[in-house]
Every structure is written in C-alpha cells, then in structure tokens.
Design a protein around this ligand. Sequence first.
Ligand code: NAD
Length: 370
Amino acid sequence: MIIGIPKEIKNNESRVALTASGVFELKQYGHHVLVEQGAGKGSGISDAEYESAGAEIVTDPHDIWRQAEMIVKVKEPIDEELRLARAGQIVFTYFHFASSIVLTEAMIGRGSVCIAYETVEKPDRSLPLLTPMSEVAGRMAVQQGARYLEKPVKGRGVLLGGVPGVPPGRVLILGAGIVGVQAAKMASGLGAHVTILDINTDRLRYINDILPPHVITQYSSQYTIRKLVQTHDLIIGAVLIPGTKAPNLVTRDMLKTMRPGTVIVDVAVDQGGCVETCVPTTHENPTYIIDDVLHYCVANMPGAVPFTSTLALTNSTLPYIINIANKGWKAACANDSALMKGLNVVEGKVVYRGVAEAFDLPLHDVVEVF
Ligand SMILES: NC(=O)c1ccc[n+]([C@@H]2O[C@H](COP(=O)([O-])OP(=O)(O)OC[C@H]3O[C@@H](n4cnc5c(N)ncnc54)[C@H](O)[C@@H]3O)[C@@H](O)[C@H]2O)c1
C-alpha cells in the first residue's frame, strides 16, 4: 500500500504521524511510504533519517494526497487538506467529528474512509489511541495551570505546592479518566490539595487506592461542582462521553462565584469543552479571560511537547497502521472490533452514532459500507 505522511499544518502542531522506525517496519511488509519534506522536523526526525529508513521524501503535499491510498495524520484535515482528500482514500487521524459540523460535512462530501483515532475502542471500553495523548495532556494541564496561576500572567498568584507555613494551592479535576488521573498525579506530586470528581465510582475507588491521601475523590454532581469551584485555584476539565459533545459541567453563571484569577484548563475542549465558556485556543494565544477567570483551552496540548508526544502516539498507532496497510481497511476492521469502532464517516455515510446524533444526521449501519 502507498502510505502518505503529510506535514501537519495546524497552528503550532509539531507532531508527525509516523517515526523513522515506523517507516522501517512498514517497508519490511512491502509498503511504500511518502513523507512530506520537513514533516518530522518539529519532532526531531530529519528527512535524511526518514530516507535512510526507506521513505520517499515528497516536496509537494498535493502529490502525497494524490498518490497515497492511506493518509496517516495527527490532527483532523483543515483548510486545503479538506479539498485534497479523495473518495475511497483512507484517512487515519484524530477527527473529533462531534465538535465540528464543518469538518463532518466536508469529509462526508469527500467520500473518504475516515477512521478516527479517538473512537478506536477495545472491548474493555478503553481508547488505546486516545490514551497516550491523554497522558501527555493530563500531565501538561497541571504544568500550564501552575504557570497561569502566576500573577504576571493574570493568575491568582498562588504557588500550587505552597511553602512550609503556607497552605498549598487547590486543584479541582472534573473527570477521573486518563487525563484526570495523570493530572492528579502531577498536582499531588507538586504538593497541591487535589479534589477529583467522576460519576464512575469504580474510577474513584481506583484513584483512592493508588494516589496519596491528599487527593480527595468525590462523586460528580452539579451541586458539588457549583460549591467546589468557589474554593479551588485551578480547575481542570477532563470529562469524556466518547464520540459526543462534552457536558457543560461548569456553567457561565458559576464564573462570578469563583475568586478572581482562578484558572480553568479545559482539556476536554476537543470535544466541545466541559466548561460553558470554553472556546478553542491555540499555543500562540492560549488564554482568555471572562469574569476575571483565566481560561486555557488549547485543543492540541500535546503539540507543544512533540518530542515526547510523537513517540507516545506512534507507539500506539503503528500496530493499527500496519494492520490496515497489510489487509486493507475492510479486512482489518472485520478482524479487529477495536478498529471497527474507529470507522466514523465511510464514503459519504456516517456510521458512528455519536457523530450522527451530534448533528442530527442519518446513521448508517456499519455493515452497509462493507
Ligand atoms: N486538549 C487536548 O490537547 C487533549 C489531549 C488529549 C485528550 N483530550 C481530551 O480530554 C478528555 C478526557 O480524555 P480521557 O482520555 O481522560 O477520557 P476518559 O474516558 O479516560 O475519562 C473521562 C472520564 O470522564 C468521566 N465523566 C463522564 N461524565 C462525567 C461527569 N458528568 N462528571 C465527572 N466525570 C465524568 C468518565 O466517567 C471518565 O472517567 C477528552 O475529551 C479527550 O478528547 C484533549
């Protein structure tokens, strides 16, 4: 199969969808890999390294989209990429369709086979291609939150760890999944007082077992959230209902009850955010202020640490890429229920319930596309 790796063009996105070692593996199976010139630069992978692993370096992205049977990316196609995708071409990347009608309609129109990393789901309901980036984003959320709590960048002026004789900062984490646990681990490691909420009591039990006693677990409810936001310095949004828009757990009216300089890091922004006032931002302009509350809502947080993120992502995606390349998407999905769940929009038909429901579009049974 001809596999294309375009350079990511989203603002400040320096990750790349395949490493030189991934190219080498695909070559072993007889596949041909086209890598756009400079695609790996931001992650420390040179064109020469790709070439020595067996890739063909291509200068014009149009050539990659025209020739490749499968495009492997990191972020959803944007701008011109939306016009380059072809009918029947496999596009394997993060799509997060439910948060964008524009993207959904565009990919329906292109007729490509869109397999979304974020909905590949194992029988135990874990999301193997979301996990590595969630681990990065969860850890980063605390790093960013700690930074924006500093006064010169308009935060409350609180040191998360406190110092001897001064109480630590208070961190509220909404959602105790992968992002939530990693954030709790980092925040508690800094010495902050941490409260973490979820509606899944098994997750709360797990956290209670593995994290230190200054991480407090609480069942998530509107009533509890309304109270807790008033006393916490850093609020991290980390909820997910797979394939659908995140629920608005922090509503606009709650902002006025928070202390000035409170920081919200809404990691769930890529699913529409779990804070009503969440608007996607970029690494260039990551924050904005509403009612004296600082919002950080960067939709591609791991893009800021590409050396770490590219390796973490490709460790997880490569086995799926190899499987699709070796068998074709139909056989690969038929033999792997996790990959089958990644099918979102296939040749113009929406086959993923969460996407159809988000925009009231007709839902096609996945068997129709085989
Ligand atoms: N901004 C970024 O760069 C970035 C990077 C990675 C992941 N994410 C996003 O972060 C979000 C979380 O990802 P994850 O991997 O931790 O998901 P996850 O499925 O592991 O965890 C989500 C948790 O939210 C909980 N939840 C659902 N409804 C809730 C509610 N009402 N109150 C409290 N908890 C609730 C679930 O029970 C689950 O434990 C996702 O939207 C994901 O796309 C964003």
